[in-house]
Design a protein around this ligand. Structure first.
Ligand code: SAM
Length: 259
């Protein structure tokens, strides 16, 4: 691991990434983006590959996952191999803002807790639209400020929950990005966060065996790596669920169709 690891370096190392809304949110995206067995899907910011493998298994379609971190892609490939999905699920390194794909390639492009991170979010969403086939869908599941400005404790909680560099937008700003990218028939679903469901959602996505493996890696890193111990201390500072969280912070599904 390099000298100053980021939140996502550690997430890749322990093998756990997540998005708010868990499997239920992914299932909603599958439906809203009309994904079926014949679809060819791009999952941008695939993390450790849970969603890409889930969609390939549940729907039976082909999926490509990309992530900006090589270690995430490696974890994703390990998962696809474990789940015997390597014939239908491929992974590669790519930045959401510069997708290495030709125009009009995918039936749907999805992101779950990803587009809140790139510096140029409009460029990223325009890239999603570019690589989507005419008639296809772009579907985002992204964190959102439901009321602005959020208090510092809510900002700190969001950072420890989804990633230190997260910069959510308001729902209007998210739909504005889809409009500017030329997408049409935009639909939006806004949700607040249910903390208990989030905890259950991790078990649902990783299973008991997967969750125990992640905990084992966390303990090993904590014991062996002082940088990780510092990181855990910082994360714990933002760990208490703030009062009024749901007044300020939530997530949304933002879907647009390419004309
Ligand atoms: C909160 S995690 C969510 C991962 C995954 N979608 C999931 O639901 O488990 C965010 C992921 O986005 C990736 N990421 C951040 N910025 C990115 C970018 N510009 N391009 C591609 N991936 C990016 C991170 O490396 C990380 O794997």
């Amino acid at each position: 691991m390099k000298d100053q690891p980021t939140f996502f370096d550690f997430a890749a190392e322990v093998g756990l990434t997540k998005h708010i809304g868990g499997i239920a949110a992914t299932e909603a995206l599958i439906e809203l983006c009309h994904i079926d067995r014949d679809s060819y899907i791009l999952d941008v910011g695939c993390g450790v590959g849970v969603t890409a493998c889930f969609i390939a298994t549940k729907v039976g379609c082909r999926v490509v996952g990309v992530d900006i971190l090589e270690r995430m892609v490696q974890r994703s490939k390990e998962r696809a191999a474990r789940e015997k999905l390597t014939h239908r699920v491929k992974f590669r390194v790519a930045d959401a803002q510069y997708l290495p794909f030709e125009d009009h390639l995918f039936d749907a492009v999805l992101t779950e807790s990803v587009t809140a991170f790139p510096e140029d979010k409009q460029k990223a969403v325009s890239e999603y639209a570019r690589v989507t086939k005419p008639g296809g869908y772009v579907g985002l599941n992204e964190t959102a400020w439901l009321k602005v400005p959020p208090p510092p404790e809510v900002i700190a909680w969001a950072a420890q929950e989804v990633g230190a560099s997260v910069t959510p937008l308001t729902p209007d700003e998210w739909t504005g990005l889809l409009h500017t990218a030329g997408l049409q028939e935009i639909t939006t679903q806004i949700h607040t966060v249910d903390i208990q469901d989030e905890a259950k959602g991790i078990l649902q996505r990783y299973g008991w065996a997967g969750a125990l493996q992640v905990m084992g890696r966390m303990l090993r890193l904590y014991a062996q790596n002082p940088l990780y111990r510092d990181f855990v201390k910082k994360v714990r500072q933002g760990g208490i669920v703030p009062d009024h969280l749901n007044e300020y912070f939530g997530y949304g599904l933002f879907i647009g169709r390419k004309g």
